[in-house]
Design a protein around this ligand. Structure first.
Ligand SMILES: NC(=O)c1ccc[n+]([C@@H]2O[C@H](COP(=O)([O-])OP(=O)(O)OC[C@H]3O[C@@H](n4cnc5c(N)ncnc54)[C@H](OP(=O)(O)O)[C@@H]3O)[C@@H](O)[C@H]2O)c1
Length: 315
């Protein structure tokens, strides 16, 4: 272990859609080597600190940051390649060694399993809503589907006092979204014109911010659903990357379409304060033991989950 580094005994991990596509070489950063340690998301306890470490002590409860080199400020070229479990070795290991700047403190209110859900999905939802979307109380937020990013966005938006419209392909999941506080829900499978449905639910005003996780297959509806002067945080590609999109509604409604790529360490810290202040609990769908990590991957890939899939050292 070198100067400025910290050894963490990992207690829990979580999977993201990204972790399914990274080994296929389909992630932005391209193919990874066969030996790359997978997963960006995990939490644990500091068990050793290197020379010069002044931010952490043994026993601190921490999570790694998705981008090890994005501390604060805007996204920049120096961030590329520092994402854990992509080109850089990730955290699906019993112990990991990270730079002291590549960690954040877990909120006391969260368990290790809950903390392990935060680095990718939660920070992305936070960045989309509050750094890019500048969401305020009374506004309307549209979230798509019931994956990790979308459920964090729902929880954050509700805690900020916004109204939330949520979609799902499953009526059962729609009921669960309502129980979580979604104000209005739409089954996007039964309503292929769900963008229009959002307009009808908002008195033709539209949603002030769209947390766009679908990509090419959903963007057209999102552009219909968004309010004049609103914003779309373009995050994911669940519906694929191929397709023709008519960009005119963006112009006609003066909408801001902004790519979102997780977020910085300082965004992660601001989000953790918000989580603690509002006593928010990440939604964990299923837990798997360390030896069952392949089953966690399979469950994430199935799309049957709602929220986060966790791997726990305790099981
Ligand atoms: N840019 C970034 O920094 C960043 C960060 C995190 C994630 N992402 C991307 O964001 C997306 C979501 O990631 P995640 O980890 O939250 O995914 P996830 O947990 O695997 O989400 C799965 C859920 O997405 C919903 N879904 C699938 N196809 C859909 C469609 N066509 N329209 C609406 N919803 C659909 C389904 O919900 P229902 O079962 O309810 O229908 C499914 O259960 C992925 O594409 C991922 O790569 C990007």
């Amino acid at each position: 272990m070198g100067p400025g580094q910290v050894r963490v005994k990992m207690k829990a991990w979580s999977t993201n859609y990204r972790d399914i596509v990274v080994p296929m070489g389909l992630y932005f950063s391209g193919p990874v080597s066969k030996d790359t340690v997978p997963l960006s998301d995990g939490a644990g306890e500091v068990i050793e600190v290197g020379e010069g470490v002044d931010q952490w002590r043994i026993g601190d409860r921490v999570a790694g940051t998705f981008f090890q080199s994005w501390r604060d400020g805007p996204f920049n070229a120096g961030v590329f390649g520092s994402d854990l479990g992509g080109p850089t070795d990730g955290v699906l290991a019993e112990e990991v060694v990270l730079d002291q700047q590549g960690l954040v403190r877990l909120p006391d209110s969260l368990s290790f399993e809950e903390g392990a859900t935060l680095p990718c999905a939660a920070v992305t939802a936070w960045n989309s809503l509050f750094e890019i979307g500048n969401v305020r109380a009374g506004q309307t937020v549209l979230v798509l589907g019931t994956g990790g990013v979308s459920l964090f966005a729902l929880q954050f938006a509700k805690a900020a006092g916004a109204k939330v419209i949520a979609t799902s392909s499953s009526d059962d999941k729609l009921r669960r979204l309502e129980a979580m506080g979604a104000d209005q829900t739409i089954n996007y499978r039964d309503n292929p014109q769900w963008g229009q449905a959002v307009l009808e639910l908002t008195n033709q005003q539209g949603a002030d911010h769209v947390v766009e996780v679908g990509g090419a297959g959903t963007l057209e509806n999102s552009m219909i659903a968004v309010a004049p002067g609103g914003s779309i945080g373009l995050i994911g590609v669940l519906s694929g990357v191929d397709g023709q999109v008519n960009p005119l509604p963006l112009v006609a409604k003066a909408v801001r379409l902004q790519g979102v790529y997780v977020g910085s360490r300082s965004m992660f810290e601001a989000m953790n304060q918000f989580i603690a202040q509002h006593d928010l609990k990440p939604v964990i769908d299923t837990r798997f033991g360390f030896e069952q990590a392949p089953d966690a991957y399979a469950h994430q890939a199935s799309g049957g989950h709602m929220g986060k899939v966790v791997i726990s050292a305790e099981l």
